[in-house]
Design a protein around this ligand. Structure first.
Ligand SMILES: Cc1cc2nc3c(=O)[nH]c(=O)nc-3n(C[C@H](O)[C@H](O)[C@H](O)COP(=O)(O)O)c2cc1C
Length: 183
């Protein structure tokens, strides 16, 4: 698949068929995470692949009833939980190297995008889920103190194509040389 076609064609999928995800497809998706860029190649990401329907259902309950991705967490064959090791990305000799502190959100974000694109390339659907009770999810999954759950996604066979939300025009976010003056 052409890269721009994949970038533009990937959609958030919130309706899934119950069909299983093949081990081969899952491996390709994990390969995409593995080859993501990261701060000084620190690779702070850790991934929990949830197949157990009971654990999926507990994770679904960490989303509010109004989160549109809630039912997809139990519908899809798998849920992939993306975690980040704290104090690794963005650190030099134990000290934060920039004013941004821990870059784990950034690195896991890049890994999640690779994951979503690779899944799309395999004909699989994803939707990044960030709005949930992270502390509860960490308890359910037994995540240790030095690691945090960042985001999760259902991973499975799409039952819909998904809708394409409008994007901003270049003029709204691409600036030349300097940030534009207001007024
Ligand atoms: C960091 C992040 C958190 C998100 N959290 C949720 C969520 O909790 N529930 C949900 O339904 N969609 C969530 N989304 C999906 C966005 O709503 C979706 O990406 C956006 O509307 C653009 O649609 P598209 O992915 O089809 O291009 C999240 C996306 C990102 C990047």
């Amino acid at each position: 698949m052409d890269l721009m076609e994949a970038i533009k064609g990937r959609r958030s999928i919130r309706k899934y068929k119950p069909d299983p995800v093949s081990e081969g497809a899952l491996e390709k998706v994990m390969e995409a995470v593995k080859w993501s860029p990261s701060w000084a190649n620190t690779q702070c990401w850790e991934v929990i692949v949830v197949k157990d329907p009971n654990v999926k259902s507990q994770l679904a309950n960490t989303l509010t009833a109004t989160n549109p991705a809630r039912s997809s967490m139990t519908e899809a064959a798998l849920v992939v939980v993306l975690c980040g090791k704290k104090g690794v990305s963005g650190f030099k000799k134990g000290e934060a190297a920039t004013v941004k502190g821990d870059w784990l959100m950034f690195d896991t974000g890049m890994a999640m995008q690779n994951l979503c694109l690779a899944a799309y390339g395999q004909g699989l659907g994803t939707v990044v889920v960030g709005m949930f009770d992270h502390k509860k999810a960490e308890e359910i999954l037994g995540v240790p103190q030095n690691v945090e759950v960042v985001a999760m996604t259902p991973l499975g066979h799409p039952a819909t194509e998904g809708t394409t939300p409008k994007r901003k025009d270049f003029s709204e976010f691409v600036f030349s040389n300097r940030y534009p003056k207001k007024g």
